[in-house]
Ligand binder design. Structure first.
Ligand code: ASP
Length: 428
C-alpha cells in the first residue's frame, strides 16, 4: 500500500484532470460524433466499474462491521448512549444547516428579478412520499435477507445491531459467530483497501463524463441560485463542522480535512453517500483514528439519516422558488420547512438525486408549487456532488466527536503525517 499522501494526491489529480477533460470535451463541435460518443462510453464504462465495485461492498461491510462493532463494545447500555448522542448530533446539525440556508438565501435573494422564460423546462419526478410513521415502521425488516438484497440501510443497521446485542448477551456460545464476523470484516476491509487503488481512474472517468455532458452554460441564468447553495454549504462546513471539531473536540480542523480529503473526493465524484460508505468508513478509521466499534455504527447511520448538504440545498431552493413565483414566506413557513426538511432526511438513502425527490415534500408542506423543481433540476448534478461532500463530512465529524467522548479515538493517528498503516484498533 502506498503512503497516504500519494493516494490522496492521485485521486485529486484524477478529479482535476477529469474536470479539464470534461470541459474540453464539451467544446467538441459534434456531440453526436464518434469521438465524443466513444469517449463518453469509455468514461461510462470505467466510472460504472468503479461505482459498482464500491457499492458491492456496502451491504456486507455495514452488516459485519456493525456486528463486530457492537460485540467489541460489549455493553448494551453503552450502545444506547452512543445511539442517543449520534441521533441528537445528526438532527441538530441538520436543523442548523437548513436554518443557515434559509438565512443566507433570504439575504441574497437568489430568485429575485429572474426571467422564468430563460429557464429550461424539465418535468419534475415526484416520488411516492412516506409518512414518518411508515418510515419508523420500515426500520424493522420483515425479512433481513430481502433487506440486504434491496440494500435497505436502516433495516440492515437494525438487524446488525440486534444480532450484535444478542451475541453479546449469549456470551461464550456466540464466540464462533463473532470470530467468523471478525474475520469476514477483515476480508471486506482488505477489499476496500484494494479497490481504493482504482479510485483515481474511477474519479477521473465519472467527473469527465459529468462535465462533458452537463453544459456549464445552462448554469448561467441560475448562477445566483448555484452560488447561494455553494456559499451556504461552505459556511456550514466552516462554522458548524470546523467549529465543532475545534470547540467540542479540541482538534485541529484543517488536519481533519487533510485526513478526510480522500473520502471527500470520492463523495464528490459519485454524488452518493451510500456508495462512498466503504471508503468513508475506512478513511475515518485509518486516517482519523476512530475505533471500528464507533465508525461502523455512526457512519452507515449518518449516510442514511444525516444529510446536512441536502437540507441546505432544500432551504435555498424553497426561498428561490417562492421568490420566482412571487409567493411570500412567513416565519411559520420557515419553521415548517426546517422541521420537514430535517424529517425528510431520515430514512432516505444517500443516493444521487434523492434530495430533489424529498424537496417535493418540503415544497408541499408550505404550499409552494412542486413544479418549481423543474426550474432547478437542470443544474442539480453539480450541486448534488457538492452537497454529498457536506453530507459525508457531517457523518465523519459526528463520528470523531462521539469516538472522542467515548475514549475510542486515537489522537496519534489523527495528527500523524502518515497514518496509512495504523488505526485505532491496531494501536489501542
Ligand atoms: N446525493 C446525496 C447523497 O448521497 C443525496 C442528495 O442530496 O441527493 O448524500
Amino acid at each position: 500500500m502506498q503512503n497516504k499522501k500519494s493516494l490522496t494526491l492521485r485521486i485529486l489529480s484524477g478529479l482535476a484532470l477529469g474536470v479539464l477533460a470534461g470541459i474540453a470535451m464539451s467544446y467538441l463541435p459534434d456531440h453526436q460524433g464518434s469521438l465524443f460518443t466513444g469517449l463518453t462510453s469509455l468514461f461510462d464504462l470505467v466510472g460504472g466499474l468503479f461505482i459498482n465495485s464500491i457499492r458491492m461492498l456496502v451491504v456486507p461491510l455495514v452488516f459485519v462491521s456493525l456486528f463486530c462493532g457492537v460485540t467489541n463494545l460489549g455493553d448494551v447500555a453503552r450502545i444506547g448512549r452512543i445511539g442517543g448522542k449520534t441521533l441528537a448530533f445528526y438532527l441538530i446539525t441538520t436543523a442548523i444547516a437548513i436554518s443557515l440556508a434559509l438565512l443566507v438565501s433570504t439575504i441574497v435573494q437568489p430568485g429575485q428579478g429572474l426571467d422564468m422564460a430563460e429557464l429550461s423546462k424539465f418535468e419534475p419526478t415526484i416520488a411516492q412520499r412516506q409518512s414518518l410513521v411508515q418510515t419508523l415502521q420500515n426500520i424493522i425488516p420483515i425479512n433481513p435477507v430481502a433487506a440486504m438484497a434491496e440494500g435497505n440501510m436502516l433495516q440492515i443497521i437494525f438487524f446488525a445491531l440486534l444480532s450484535g446485542v444478542s451475541a453479546t448477551l449469549v456470551g461464550a456460545r456466540a464466540r464462533p459467530v463473532i470470530d467468523f464476523c471478525e474475520s469476514a470484516n477483515a476480508v471486506v476491509m482488505k477489499m476496500v483497501m484494494l479497490l481504493m487503488h482504482l479510485a483515481p481512474y474511477g474519479v477521473f472517468a465519472l467527473i469527465a463524463k459529468t462535465f462533458s455532458t452537463t453544459g456549464l452554460d445552462a448554469m448561467l441564468p441560475l448562477i445566483k441560485y448555484v452560488l447561494t447553495v455553494i456559499a451556504a454549504l461552505l459556511l456550514h462546513m466552516c462554522l458548524v463542522y470546523m467549529g465543532a471539531l475545534r470547540v467540542i473536540g479540541r482538534l485541529k480542523p484543517l488536519k481533519f480535512f487533510r485526513n478526510y480529503l480522500l473520502a471527500m473526493s470520492v463523495g464528490f465524484s459519485t454524488a452518493s453517500s451510500n456508495g462512498t460508505l466503504p471508503i468513508s468508513i475506512e478513511t475515518v478509521e485509518t486516517r482519523c483514528g476512530v475505533a471500528n466499534s464507533i465508525a461502523s455504527f455512526t457512519m452507515p447511520l449518518g449516510a442514511t439519516i444525516n444529510m446536512d448538504g441536502t437540507a441546505i440545498m432544500q432551504g435555498v431552493a424553497v426561498v428561490f422558488i417562492a421568490q420566482v413565483y412571487g409567493i411570500p414566506l412567513s416565519l411559520e413557513s420557515f419553521l415548517i420547512v426546517i422541521l420537514t426538511a430535517t424529517m425528510a432526511s431520515i430514512g432516505t438513502a444517500g443516493v444521487p438525486g434523492v434530495g430533489m425527490i424529498t424537496l417535493s415534500m418540503v415544497l408541499e408542506s408550505v404550499n409552494l408549487p412542486v413544479e418549481g423543481i423543474a426550474l432547478i433540476i437542470g443544474v442539480d448534478r453539480l450541486l448534488d456532488m457538492t452537497r454529498t461532500v457536506v453530507n459525508i463530512t457531517g457523518d465523519a465529524v459526528c463520528t470523531i466527536l462521539i469516538a472522542k467522548s467515548e475514549g475510542k479515538f486515537n489522537p496519534e493517528v489523527y495528527d500523524s503525517e502518515n497514518s496509512e498503516k495504523i488505526s485505532f484498533d491496531s494501536v489501542a
